[in-house]
Design a protein. Structure first.
Length: 133
């Protein structure tokens, strides 16, 4: 949490954003909740215009080291960042009792991924144990 906070705070200072870190995190939560792990650059511009009155905001926002762009598609630079922000979205939704269709959809997808990961790990452990017998 401290590392993410520090990076976002540095970006706020560096680009003179007129929001605090909590609002910056809200932007990321909105991105993962409404667009998943990738978003079109045009769509992100619309979201950012809700928070900022700056026509160059998307270009500034894209300088964030947590993000990367390929062919007009924006995603988190590292896979764990999507997981980090989707878990924050789950926690926020549960805490504020905002359980809607998006929450259910992403929760089911995320839990499915976790179950698949556990299945692979258990299979690996099983093979390890059987090879020792």
């Amino acid at each position: 949490d401290f590392l993410i906070y520090s990076i976002l705070n540095r970006e706020i200072v560096r680009h003179s954003f007129s929001i605090n870190v909590s609002s910056f995190i809200e932007i990321f939560l909105e991105l993962v909740a409404n667009h998943g792990s990738t978003i079109n650059k045009e769509d992100i511009n619309g979201i950012l215009n809700l928070y900022f009155n700056d026509e160059n905001i998307t270009d500034k926002f894209m300088l964030n080291p947590l993000l990367q762009e390929q062919n007009g598609i924006i995603k988190f630079r590292y896979d764990f960042l999507y997981n980090y922000f989707i878990v924050l979205y789950f926690i926020k939704s549960l805490k504020t009792h905002q359980i809607d269709n998006d929450f259910i959809k992403y929760f089911v997808i995320y839990m499915t991924e976790i179950i698949y990961f556990l299945k692979i790990q258990l299979s690996f452990l099983r093979r390890m144990i059987l090879s020792k017998i």
